[in-house]
Design a protein around this ligand. Structure first.
Ligand SMILES: Cc1ncc(C[n+]2csc(CCOP(=O)(O)OP(=O)(O)O)c2C)c(N)n1
Length: 536
């Protein structure tokens, strides 16, 4: 049977495990939509292309199949620029399908037409225009590029008339799976000697450890060899964060850095396992003394120069940790107790001290939410505090934008995850400005009937920016705003909405929302302006 170009794309995606696609159609992608439906890929309509991209990312975290975003040409594609940039910085394998006018029409027709590939060039790993006779190769290539280290977005423009045109189909050979190498040779011998000699070793794991499926290898390595673990925000939960070896997440908190960075200076061996510094603030530029022994396992060579290692292995993270650990004897590390003291100091630093405020909201939510809960968090002051306080017990259970750090990601990330993992409790934490930026997402929750809980920190301020402004001695400009009646908004959009002003009510309503009420719920937590002062 002959297949159209759109069919070949849909079949390729389905073969890669894709079961959902997200977006907003226009007349130019209708053939693609129909083809996706034919192979069993459900299309989810959103209110903004950006949100669709984040829902696709949420689905990717739950299903481990590449995300798919569908947008129409011109304005549809332009609306998605933010989430495509996010996919590049946050290492999300995202296939971005758009329509475009046929080349012969583009010569004389200008309405909504611009060079889409050029617009996306700096924020995609690759951008293809589907070509007659090569569509099967293009979709295979797009998936391979999107998933190869470091994962990222790949764009495919599908010319309108080609979408429906019959293709020879699947004549070309597919690319076979690529196996990553394992660390070896004299460098590995030296790394083993360094590990044997170390008294104060420490391991830093990042998001690439998840990409290499090295979660259990990292957890086994540190627990078997008694090595404390720091993770980036995206790698939180590789080891349950209530484990005594876990020093929690590092990334954006200057307060946490006052404990973690001095600890790195006391270490005599730092092991980097899939540690991609794209998540880190500037305090993590060359964060250890130049003479420290550092062994790095990473899927790609170091082109960022945020830090340097003494031994660089471009190799599979999990398999390499295993060969490094072979024949090592377990001995107790950190005889001076500095790592344990750092853990205690961090715990004390990020406690809910106040009667009611952001830290209490986070602490109460963590206490009420089951251990299996998946949370997402938006950008802003609330995110930095939450990323330090929120304990993760499994990897990929705190979703956020840590590379691009964009606002407007938390609700769609949570919704996409819940769509795939419907049994898991899911909470989205968001600032009031972030929620107002993407209010339409609430309507999508209603349409999809996705029973997640949205917790919004209502302080009528861009707190993170206001803090910086005040810290710099600058006047209060462009950061505070009048309040929204979020409960009425929630009700108007078909959600259950409640104002929350104290810990007791939060406890009751959150439990109710997670356990009993199978309906999307918005808990609008009113807090004071300037409530984040000194918290992170
Ligand atoms: C799309 C986008 N625009 C602007 C910013 C800059 N920015 C970072 S945090 C922030 C404030 C967000 O305010 P809110 O959502 O209320 O969260 P809060 O800081 O109050 O916790 C802004 C404007 C950004 N990261 N992303």
């Amino acid at each position: 049977m002959m297949s159209s170009a759109a069919d070949l794309i849909a079949q390729g995606l389905h073969g890669a495990g894709v079961r959902h696609a997200f977006g907003i159609p226009g007349g130019e992608v209708l053939t693609v939509l129909e083809a996706l439906d034919r192979v069993g890929i459900e299309f989810i309509l959103t209110k903004h292309e950006n949100a669709a991209g984040f829902m696709a990312e949420g689905a990717w975290h739950a299903a481990q199949a590449p995300g798919v975003l569908v947008a129409t040409l011109g304005p549809g594609l332009a609306n998605a620029v933010n989430v495509i940039a996010n996919a590049l910085q946050d290492r999300v394998p995202l296939i971005f399908l758009t329509g475009c006018v046929d080349a012969r029409d583009a010569v004389t027709y200008t309405h909504q037409v611009f060079d889409q590939t050029a617009l996306l060039e700096s924020i995609t790993k690759a951008s293809f225009t589907a070509a007659d006779g090569a569509v099967d190769v293009i979709i295979d290539k797009a998936l391979a590029i999107a998933l190869d280290d470091p994962p990222g977005p790949v764009h495919i423009d599908v010319p309108i008339s080609l979408a429906a045109q019959e293709q020879p189909g699947n004549a070309q050979p597919r690319r076979a799976p690529v196996s990553r190498g394992v660390a070896g040779g004299m460098q590995l011998d030296r790394a083993r000697q360094w590990l044997r000699a170390a008294h104060n070793p420490i391991l830093i794991a990042g998001l690439e450890a998840l990409g290499h499926h090295a979660e259990s290898a990292v957890a086994e390595f540190v627990t078997e060899l008694d090595i404390p673990l720091i993770t980036t925000y995206k790698a939180k939960g590789i080891l349950p964060e209530d484990h005594p070896l876990c020093l929690g997440g590092a990334g954006l908190s200057p307060k946490a850095d006052t404990i973690l960075l001095p600890l790195l200076s006391q270490s005599d061996l730092i092991i980097l396992a899939g540690y991609d510094p794209i998540e880190m603030r500037s305090g993590w530029r060359n964060p250890w003394p130049a003479e420290t022994r550092v062994i790095e396992f990473s899927g790609t060579p170091n082109h960022h120069y945020m830090h340097q290692a003494s031994l660089n292995f471009c190799a599979d993270v999990g398999a390499s940790l295993k060969v490094l650990a072979a024949e090592q004897e377990r001995k107790a590390h950190w005889p001076g107790g500095e790592a344990g003291a750092a853990r205690e100091a961090l715990k004390a630093m990020f406690q809910a001290g106040e009667q009611w405020g952001p830290a209490t909201i986070i602490a109460v939510a963590r206490e009420c939410a089951p251990r299996t809960t998946v949370a997402s968090v938006d950008s802003g002051a609330h995110r930095i505090l939450l990323s330090q306080m929120w304990e993760c017990y499994q990897p990929r259970t705190l979703l956020q934008s840590t590379g691009l750090c964009t606002m407007g990601c938390a609700v769609p990330l949570a919704a996409g995850y819940k769509l795939v993992a419907s049994d898991q409790p899911v909470i989205a934490f968001v600032g009031d400005a972030g929620l107002e930026m993407m209010l339409g997402d609430l309507a999508t929750l209603r349409s999809m009937d996705t029973p997640i809980v949205v917790i919004v920190f209502v302080d009528r301020s861009l707190s993170l920016i206001e803090l910086k402004q005040r810290h710099n001695g600058m006047p209060n400009l462009g950061v505070d705003f009048a309040g929204t009646d979020f409960v009425k908004v929630a009700e108007g959009l078909g959600l259950h909405g409640l104002w929350i002003d104290d810990a007791k009510r939060l406890r009751t309503e959150l439990k109710d929302a997670l356990v009993r009420r199978q309906q999307p719920t918005l808990l609008a937590c009113r807090i004071d302006r300037k409530a984040y002062d000194g918290t992170f």
